[in-house]
Structure formats: structure tokens, C-alpha cells
Design a protein around this ligand. Structure first.
Ligand code: ZN
Length: 453
């Protein structure tokens, strides 16, 4: 399909993006200086400011821009028509960021973008203000000659769960409808190795409450005959995995991840696993992390050690976070978890399992003409074709788009690499890779513009 884009046109686009990078970077730094943390506890004036700054960047590229609010943080929607009859592409990113966390853990201030060793450090420098700027760079690269109709949608509350996104999609969905939707909030497989994210696990969070007594009683007097709530709770939690560490809840779906090189040494290094601690589960490591379910107890309400006394605890609670296979329906997964737990209850204890939150996974239909052009565009930018990767975590908005626009090709791309540390201290963007991301997106627009019906 390389015939769609003549070599001289490709070279010209590459050169154009290269020339644009100093200004793209300056604009990225300006966006990164705005501490647009969307969490309630932070000053939301900064999120307003980042929406305004994003809107200004899009207006400068000739888009009709509006800032929309549907009960949540401000989102920016901009549109420019392509040539008559051309395809349409929607480009997504988000302008809000995670809190910086402890400033002391940063080697340079989180909201003062700083370059070290070819990387730009700062909160949002990668996630996802570089996603915003990749879209702007692709528009700039085409200037007046935009080959497709483009809608840019920059959300303002991705980091707090995109609560008003369903309403935005309901009220403004027609503006976002397109032949291809590029969601630039993920990353590549490694430096020099581009990727398309084709699967995301879904998520279920549940709270398990155990009661055995109507009040706490002396553990010396009654212990041995009367079960306490923690005794029951730890058995329930232990039942969630088999001896190998695989999830033991029957009936959950599992898939197989793509066959990429990822060894135990890399996993140990990236996760910080302590010497002597074994990895758990079975199947390839990527299958375990991308396409099989996992269950983690993320919180327990029980007396702290400091406040503990010789008492049989009457009630205890645990919050359980479950990741589910990309094609598993989240409510089904919750019901299976609940059934499993209730079937394991020892000694007639009273147990309740409540659903706290759920999010659908995503499995792309990663074939067809748009995907072909995306793979070709990535190969043009990197000199090597992209691999298909999964993400073990969940990005709820991806499923929301897939559900709303079933006919669109959904491409999950992004600027992150394994060292990006999105959400952590010292978040950073690899500047060399960032230029390739911008080239790939500019080339993708050109290719989709040239693609015959
Ligand atoms: Zn993000």
C-alpha cells in the first residue's frame, strides 16, 4: 500500500514535521506548565486554563472550536472540514493530569518542564499533553491542505475516570463521529519499536463485608469457639487464587497475548520484584498481564496494629480489584466473583459482596483498510512496522468510544515508552520518539486522505 503515499510526499512530510518540532515543543512546555490536575482537591482554575490553551492551539490551526461542559471538567472540541467527500478522523487526547505526588521525589519541579538526556520531564509532558501536541503537530504539518476532515476532542477529566464522557458522547457524539478515531493516550512497545494498543483489560471493583458477631468480645474468653470476621475474610481472599497464583474464580474468560519478547528479567526490573520472590500465574508473562484476569486486594478495613486489642473482630471489609479479559463483560465478571465468594463462606458467616465500580475492556477489530494505513504510517515514521500490544490496565473511555461508534476503526496510539513513568514522579517524554509519533500521525492523515473508497 506504499503506493498511496509517494516517497517524495513522505519525505516532505517528515522534513516538515522536523522543522515544526521546536515550536511544537515550546507549545508542549507551555501546556505542561499549567498544573491542570482534575482531582477535586486541586484548583480547577488550572483545568480551565489548560482547556483555554488547548482551544487556542486548535483555533490557530483553523479549527472551529468550542469548550463543552456536561457536568464535569471542560472538554475541547474542534473541527475542520477536509476536501469534499474526504474521510473523517477524530483525534482524542486529554488535557488534565494526575497530581504530582510528593515533590521531593521529582528531580526537577513537576510543572517546570526540564530536558535531561533527550527526555522532557514534567507532569503531563507525556500523559497526555504530548498527545494533544501530536494532534496539533499533525494539523500543522498539513497546513492549508488538510487531506481529511478532522475533529479534535481533548477531554478534561480522563485522570478522574471520564465521568461526564457518556453525556458528552450523547450530546456531542455527532460531532465526533468519524471513519477513524485515534485515541492518543497509550504508548509504544519500546524506544524505536512502535505499537498499536489493540487490547485493554476491563475492571471490576468490589467490597466484601464479613460479619460474625453483633459486637466485639474478649478473644481470650471466646476465641477457639467463636469465629471472628477476619478469620473468615482472609479465607475468602485466599480462595481467590490457586496455589500457582492464577485467579481461581471459575467461568472468567481468558485470552492469549501477542507473542512478543518479554522475559522475567525485564519484568523483575520493571516491577521492582524483590530477590527471591517468584512470579505467579501461568501462561506467557504478557498473557498473564494483558489477557487473563487478575485479582488484587487493594484495601482492608480492620483494626490497625496500633489500635488492636485482644478482641474478636466482629466485622471486617476488603476492597477487591479485579482485571478482566478484554472481551469479558464486566457485570458477568462481577457476578462470577460474587458467586465464588459466597460459595466459599465458612461457618455460616454473614458475607455481602457489593459492586463499587466497573469498566469495560477493549479488543480492537485490528484489521481493515484504516488499520492497514495506520500500520504503514507507523512503518514510514519508524522504519519498522508496529507490533500489537495489550495494556493490563483499563482506559474506560476507549470502550465508550468503541460502543458509541461501532462502525469506526479505533486506533489506540500514544507517546509513552517503558520509561515514561506516567502518573509517577519524574514523568517524561522521549523527544526523539515524540517526533516519530508526530510524523506517524501526519502520515496517517495523508494516507487516509489518499485511500480510495
Ligand atoms: Zn492519559
Amino acid at each position: 500500500m506504499t503506493d498511496l503515499l509517494p516517497a517524495d510526499r513522505l519525505d516532505a512530510l517528515r522534513a516538515r514535521v522536523h522543522d515544526l518540532m521546536p515550536q511544537v515543543r515550546a507549545d508542549l512546555e507551555a501546556l505542561t506548565r499549567i498544573p491542570s490536575v482534575s482531582l477535586d482537591a486541586f484548583d480547577q482554575a488550572h483545568v480551565e486554563a489548560s482547556a483555554e490553551a488547548t482551544a487556542a492551539l486548535l483555533r490557530a490551526e483553523g479549527l472551529d472550536v468550542e469548550i463543552v461542559r456536561e457536568g464535569g471538567r471542560p472538554a475541547v472540541i474542534g473541527h475542520r472540514d477536509g476536501p469534499p467527500g474526504s474521510r473523517t478522523v477524530t483525534l482524542y487526547a486529554h488535557h488534565d493530569v494526575q497530581p504530582p505526588g510528593d515533590d521531593a521525589l521529582w528531580d526537577s519541579p513537576p510543572f517546570e518542564p526540564t530536558e535531561r538526556g533527550g527526555r522532557l520531564y514534567g507532569r503531563g509532558a507525556a500523559d497526555d499533553k504530548a498527545g494533544v501536541m501530536a494532534h496539533v503537530a499533525a494539523l500543522r504539518a498539513h497546513g492549508e491542505d488538510l487531506p481529511v476532515g478532522v475533529t479534535v476532542f481533548v477531554e478534561g477529566e480522563e485522570e478522574i475516570g471520564s465521568d461526564s464522557l457518556p453525556t458528552i458522547l450523547e450530546r456531542h457524539g455527532e460531532k465526533l463521529r468519524a471513519d477513524a478515531i485515534v485515541l492518543a493516550d497509550s504508548g509504544n512497545w519500546d524506544i524505536g519499536e512502535p505499537a498499536l494498543t489493540t487490547t485493554l483489560r476491563g475492571m471490576v471493583r468490589a467490597v466484601v463485608t464479613v460479619r460474625t458477631l453483633d459486637h466485639g468480645v474478649h478473644s481470650g474468653m471466646f476465641g477457639g469457639a467463636v469465629p471472628d470476621a477476619l478469620m473468615v475474610l482472609v479465607r475468602l481472599l485466599a480462595s481467590l487464587h490457586d496455589d500457582e497464583g492464577n485467579v481461581a474464580v471459575a467461568g472468567l474468560k481468558e485470552g492469549v497475548a501477542s507473542d512478543l519478547d518479554y522475559d522475567e528479567a525485564r519484568l523483575r526490573r520493571e516491577s521492582g520484584l524483590l530477590d527471591g520472590v517468584e512470579v505467579v500465574g501461568s501462561g506467557s508473562l504478557l498473557t498473564r498481564m494483558w489477557t487473563k484476569p487478575s485479582i488484587t486486594t487493594i484495601g482492608i478495613d480492620a483494626p490497625s496494629i496500633e489500635r488492636s486489642s485482644n478482641t474478636l473482630v466482629p466485622q471486617a471489609r476488603a476492597k477487591v480489584s479485579m482485571r478482566i479479559a478484554p472481551d469479558e463483560f464486566d457485570l458477568d465478571a462481577f457476578e462470577l466473583l460474587k458467586e465464588h465468594l459466597l460459595a466459599q463462606v465458612p461457618w455460616g458467616a454473614q458475607v455481602e459482596v457489593e459492586l463499587e465500580e466497573r469498566g469495560a475492556g477493549f479488543a480492537a477489530d485490528a484489521d481493515g483498510p484504516v488499520y492497514d494505513q495506520a500500520r504503514a504510517a507507523f512503518a514510514d515514521a519508524w522504519g519498522t512496522p508496529p507490533v500489537d500490544i495489550g495494556v493490563g490496565g483499563s482506559i474506560p473511555f476507549v470502550a465508550a468510544f468503541a460502543e458509541q461508534f461501532p462502525e469506526a476503526a479505533i486506533l489506540v496510539t500514544g507517546v509513552e515508552d517503558p520509561d515514561a513513568r506516567a502518573h509517577g514522579a519524574n514523568e517524561s517524554l522521549h523527544l526523539g520518539e515524540f517526533e516519530k509519533v508526530c510524523v506517524a500521525e501526519a502520515v496517517l492523515l495523508a494516507r487516509l486522505g489518499a485511500l480510495p473508497d
